[in-house]
Write a protein that binds this ligand. Structure first.
Ligand SMILES: [Zn+2]
Length: 85
């Protein structure tokens, strides 16, 4: 089975605004989600909440992925790097 992926230049960031999502601190608040794909980073999914919390999810072309959750106080709640295969 052959899967063909559409290549569209890369480097395009899609920003999506949301109103009610639970931030890492527990508040249900608005924020902005940025999604991007390029040659270095297969998938970037960064969420920034209005309170200052952020949740970053990156997947790289070598199969590794990174998950980083930061509280609006600046405290890192989670910072995981999965090396994949
Ligand atoms: Zn917060």
């Amino acid at each position: 089975m052959l899967m063909l992926g559409a290549k569209d230049g890369g480097g395009m960031t899609t920003k999506i605004r949301f109103d009610n999502e639970q931030a890492p601190c527990g508040r249900v608040i608005g924020g902005e989600r940025a999604r991007d794909r390029d040659d270095d980073c297969l998938l970037m999914d960064h969420v920034r909440y209005d309170c200052g919390c952020s949740r970053l999810h990156d997947e790289f072309h070598d199969g590794s992925m990174r998950l980083r959750v930061v509280h609006h106080s600046g405290k890192i709640i989670m910072d995981e790097l999965d090396a994949g295969e």
